[in-house]
Design a binder for this molecule. Structure first.
Ligand SMILES: C[S@@+](CC[C@H](N)C(=O)[O-])C[C@H]1O[C@@H](n2cnc3c(N)ncnc32)[C@H](O)[C@@H]1O
Length: 282
């Protein structure tokens, strides 16, 4: 027995129990760094997302991990990657892209810049790009800016490579024109064609602390399925800042659960969750 113990490496003891005080400390940092509000019901989610990271680092408890976070800036990036929910898909909320297509069709000669403001792994930005390429041509003077707070998803988006199963989200004629199927060691993957990838610029951006004056001006903004993570004052502040970047008459697209009261902002309602910035708003 004694000999067996000697020959095995010492096992690190991991405690995956998270006290209320530790959860509160984690939620405080998430809020400070991302604006995301974590209610106490999210405790199990936090445990499941962080436990693996603790193991990877060989850190035995959440208390020690919190100390580590305060001294390691790179770990803050990993923490943000883990604490954000990045679910997305191509052509999500399809009616938005029908409206975008009709709107773009009439403006193909103008330089159009569209912002995908919580782009996650890029499906939204590339859907916008496919619709604009289809309506105006890939060489027309439009471009897409894709931003997110999480570095991991930005890297995936910039690469533009997705598992082949995701093809079912994309109408066949778009798939044929704008994706290449991987072969050899890329079997099982598909990649956005280079001409389209070049139309999308990637940038890290935190919606709760960016400077709208340094962002340029957009003809349309997709701010979808991110406001739901913020409390009402934070949500209002983010919308206010984003609207500063939107041109007069520009379009704002929100997620299906993120309606605004147009009277609270200089917006006219165009369709459910689609707004236009009022002409007199500048
Ligand atoms: C559920 S995804 C939405 C993706 C896409 N817009 C869609 O509707 O399919 C939410 C994204 O918001 C990002 N996010 C959360 N807080 C953010 C913040 N403060 N600034 C920028 N992005 C943030 C997350 O990293 C995540 O990728």
């Amino acid at each position: 027995m004694g000999r067996e113990q000697e020959s095995k490496p010492a096992a690190l003891f991991f405690s995956t129990s998270l006290s209320d005080a530790e959860f509160a400390a984690i939620a405080k940092r998430v809020r400070e760094w991302t604006g995301i509000s974590l209610s106490p019901e999210k405790k199990a989610l936090v445990v499941s997302r962080l436990s693996r990271r603790l193991r990877e680092l060989g850190i035995p408890s959440f208390r020690t991990y919190l100390q580590h976070l305060d001294t390691d800036a790179d770990e803050v990036d990993r923490f943000i990657d883990l604490m954000t929910t990045n679910e997305t898909h191509f052509f999500r909320e399809g009616h938005h892209f029908q409206i975008l297509a009709g709107w773009a069709r009439e403006r193909c000669r103008e330089p159009l810049t569209i912002w995908s403001a919580a782009a996650s792994t890029g499906e939204e930005a590339y859907t916008i790009a496919m619709v604009l390429a289809e309506e105006c041509g890939v060489t027309a003077p439009w471009s897409v800016v894709a931003t997110d707070i999480a570095l991991k998803v930005l890297a995936i988006g910039e690469r533009g490579r997705y598992p082949i199963e995701r093809a079912k989200e994309i109408p066949p004629h778009y798939l044929k024109r704008y994706f290449l199927r991987g072969v050899g060691n890329q079997t099982g993957w598909m990649r956005v064609v280079e001409a389209l990838r070049q139309k999308v610029r990637w940038q890290r951006l935190n919606l709760v602390e960016f400077d709208p004056q340094r962002m340029g001006r957009f003809d349309a903004v997709f701010l979808r399925n991110v406001l739901i993570y913020f409390d009402p004052p934070t949500k209002a502040e983010v919308v206010r800042r984003v609207l500063t970047t939107l041109k007069e008459g520009g379009m704002l697209f929100l997620g299906h659960a993120e309606t605004l009261t147009p009277g609270d902002f200089p917006l006219q309602s165009v369709a459910p969750t689609v707004y236009r910035k009022c002409l007199s708003a500048e």
